[in-house]
Design a protein around this ligand. Structure first.
Ligand code: B12
Ligand code: SF4
Length: 537
């Protein structure tokens, strides 16, 4: 049972994708990180007199397999139950959770929010009648208003900004009039972990594990790789770029949350967050909001403040655009001495034309090689991810990718990992909105398509795509499933994830052998392994 069972008016659940299967890891749980803003919503309500709590159903089910979310709501009787549906991977789990809770608690107001729920708000509310409302986009003021309205004598839901709701048989869509600006974001408090049940588990286990939590292994075995508790810093909301695969790009945000502008929080508030996070034992800070070289100045200023304030800890800095030399210098000066610090360059592909078609901020191969050489010269560890299967690519590009990756790896001394990954189709992305422009065909259009897809426990981020690229393999007709399998085979053959920073044929084979051994181990363990029941199974 959660550690703090006092009555709360607002309970928010984070449902991970409970069943996610990828062979080398077996039966895993995915989407362990909660939406960055959940703690801020809960804290905002608390400070306005509405007691709130967040329950991460992954931590609950691991630490207490008998935990029953519907029973918990039945006992605590909150006015509103929120369910976070931020990542499309949660689609099935979130909807089933709503159904289960409502079936046992018909009187409770069941609210959803998050990026995916916002994008598909109308379809979701029309189809799943146990959901009473969805807040589209930013939710702090709307959630507070909703509870105040529900607590009033004559509740009038039309007063709640951003809410889409049901009135008898009609669906009413209130205007999106709340989009948090700089001032509001600076006012929010993102690090009050006391509002999250089992926060120790969240920080120490999920904060240190890989993206897939291997359910057959105990928590301590899931804590390899990054061994410092780490958290993503709430630096900004929205994005300035329009990468074509991304459901959180500038255009996608304007559709789902009405956000037109990328908004950064002040460096001072980020320093406050870091200090508070340190009080909870977090000493690795993950930055994932760098999408254009012009944003480098913000981080140079932030890092200078970090040095002044002497905030201890390392940093994992994800670059969606190429970092500038000045940014690399500032990173080195601030985080060079910390064991876990690292720069990450993601979604690299060798073909410049493919990059032009897909990347928000184009850079040439020469620019990429130059900055990588500079990072290496500064002796900063790097993590690289390469993407296989971007629109515009043809099967012949696989050989180019091998060569490109080999060249990069041969020229760098501090590579931590160099995985080759595929992407899934994200709702709201340009790939999703305009498949013809990218010469792709998708099998997920409606929310229901995502829900159906994720209801299959044998799917995973690593093995499925949700699209095919036409003419990738010439003179052949094929389906999305066939294409997914084809790319998976290519990945296993040349870019085995268990040999992630090697590029030799032999090392890849060793990776493949490890994978076969893992399969045998999971098969044996499956005989003894009793799956935790969830709210859906
Ligand atoms: C930072 C970031 C990360 C960080 C941390 C994310 C986090 N903890 O929130 C890291 C690096 C860990 C990450 C990981 C992943 N991410 Co990411 N990430 C982003 C990024 C760049 C910014 C997110 C952000 O700033 N959010 C801030 C705002 C938008 O969200 P928020 O404050 O948390 O939540 C607000 C609302 O959504 C809402 N809300 C959320 N839940 C609820 C619940 C209720 C009840 C209510 C009322 C409201 C509500 O209220 C909040 C504000 O008031 C976005 C792209 C972008 N620019 O948006 C991608 C993005 C969100 N990520 C995405 C993906 C796919 C992933 C991964 C699955 C990638 C992968 N394949 O492994 C993983 C999932 C990891 C996990 N959950 O365990 C996709 C999601 C697409 C989709 N619709 O599913 C995006 C859009 C990028 C893309 N490729 O399309 N990501
Ligand atoms: S992938 Fe591109 S569009 Fe999406 S958040 Fe990152 S920089 Fe922005």
């Amino acid at each position: 049972m959660p550690s703090n069972p006092g009555r709360k008016e607002f309970v928010i659940f984070h449902p991970p994708k409970m069943n996610n299967w990828y062979y080398p890891f077996g039966d895993t749980m995915y989407i362990k990180s909660m939406a960055i803003g959940l703690l801020a919503i809960a804290e905002y309500l608390e400070r306005n007199g509405i007691s709130s709590e967040i329950i991460h159903l992954g931590s609950e089910f691991i630490t207490d397999p008998k935990f029953d979310p519907a029973e918990y709501i039945n006992k605590t009787r909150p006015a509103v139950v929120g369910i976070s549906l931020h990542w499309h991977y949660q689609s099935y789990d979130a909807i089933e959770l709503a159904k289960y809770i409502k079936s046992k608690n018909p009187d409770v107001f069941l609210l959803m929010g998050g990026l995916t729920a916002s994008f598909f708000a109308e379809e979701i509310i029309k189809e799943f009648n146990y959901i009473d409302g969805i807040i589209r986009g930013d939710a702090e003021i709307p959630a507070l208003t909703l509870i105040q309205v529900l607590n009033s004598e004559n509740p009038d839901l039309s007063l709640v900004p951003n809410l889409i709701w049901r009135k008898g048989k009609s669906i009413i869509s209130n205007q999106i009039s709340y989009v948090a600006d700089e001032k509001m974001l600076d006012d929010l408090e993102f690090m009050d972990f006391r509002l999250l049940n089992k926060f120790d588990f969240y920080i120490n286990v999920f904060g240190r594990s890989t993206s897939n939590y291997i359910k057959m292994l105990p928590p301590s075995f899931n804590m390899f790789r990054r061994s410092a508790p780490s958290i993503v810093m709430p630096v900004a909301r929205g994005c300035s770029a329009n990468c074509k695969w991304c459901g959180g790009a500038r255009y996608a945000h304007s559709l789902s949350s009405g956000r037109k502008r990328y908004v950064f929080r002040s460096p001072k508030r980020i320093i406050d967050d870091m200090k508070k996070a340190s009080d909870y034992g977090i000493y690795n800070f993950h930055f994932a909001h760098y999408s254009h070289p012009r944003e480098a100045d913000y981080y140079i200023e932030l890092f200078s403040e970090v040095r002044k304030a002497k905030v201890k800890g390392g940093a994992y800095f994800e670059c969606s655009a190429l970092p500038t030399k000045e940014l690399v210098d500032a990173f080195k000066e601030t985080y060079g001495n910390y064991e876990y610090s690292c720069l990450c360059l993601s979604r690299m592909a060798p073909n410049e034309e493919v990059r032009k078609l897909n990347v928000g901020n184009y850079y040439s191969n020469q620019e990429l090689f130059d900055i990588l050489a500079y990072i290496d010269h500064k002796e900063i560890p790097v993590e690289l991810t390469f993407t296989l299967g971007m629109p515009g690519e043809k099967i012949g590009d696989v050989e180019k990718l091998r060569k490109f990756r080999r060249e990069i790896l041969a020229s760098l001394r501090n590579v931590r990992s160099a995985a080759v990954l595929t992407s899934q189709l994200e709702p709201g992305s340009f790939w999703y909105l305009e498949p013809e422009r990218f010469n792709i065909q998708t099998d997920r259009k409606t929310f229901h398509d995502f829900y159906d897809f994720h209801s299959d426990p044998y799917t995973s981020y690593f093995s499925h795509l949700g699209y095919l690229i036409k003419e990738y393999c010439q003179d052949q007709e094929y389906t999305v499933r066939w294409f997914e399998k084809k790319l998976l085979k290519i990945r296993c053959k040349y870019f085995c994830l268990l040999a992630s920073n090697s590029h030799g044929t032999l090392k890849n084979k060793i990776g493949n052998i490890k994978c076969v051994l893992a399969r045998i181990i999971w098969k044996v363990m499956a005989v003894f392994y009793k799956k935790n029941p969830t709210w859906h199974n």
